[in-house]
Design a binder for this molecule. Sequence first.
Ligand SMILES: [Zn+2]
Length: 207
Amino acid sequence: MTIPDLLLDGYRQFREEHLAEQAALYRNLSKMGQSPSVMMIACADSRVDPATIFNAGPGQLFVVRNVANLAPPFEENGGYHGTSAAIEFAVENLGVQDIVIMGHGQCGGIAASLSSRPAGKFIAPWVDMISGTRDAIVRDNPGADSATLQQTLELAAIGHSLQNLLSFPFIKAAVDTGRLRLHGSWFAIASGELRWRSPDGKFQKIV
Ligand SMILES: [Zn+2]
């Protein structure tokens, strides 16, 4: 077998330690189907796993992860809209009550947006989604150091994604009738600090 040791050892440990005690839960989720109430749009970064950070078990979070935790705008042109497909399924089929855009510190995707170096064939057009927000931040913060610009954009990009979510007609309708709430959060890797976005766009530390 060519399964990496990390995965083989991890699966065996999961089977012995968790599956044994959660066997009934998994059987029930299989029989009843999933009904998570929260969708998370998080970064693909290996350090910011929503299930770990929110101590969530199987069936509790519907998660899509991509570079820089971006929600794209509603677009009907061709293309492989993976994140939009997940958003549609979460809202229209699962009926989630909350969608959380979850950003984080030291995000490589956000750094790519701020970098003058080419970011990659697929990364560059993806993070170009937030170029307007990036340009405004760079313009409005003359002389700011790179760490400040980085964190400012990490937080602002969350607001950008929340606006993009509202461009989906089914999300706008669900928000307007109170069936769905949109949230922003940001996780600091080094300290484990979590911040939650207020309606005014500021972020408060969760204590
Ligand atoms: Zn990231």
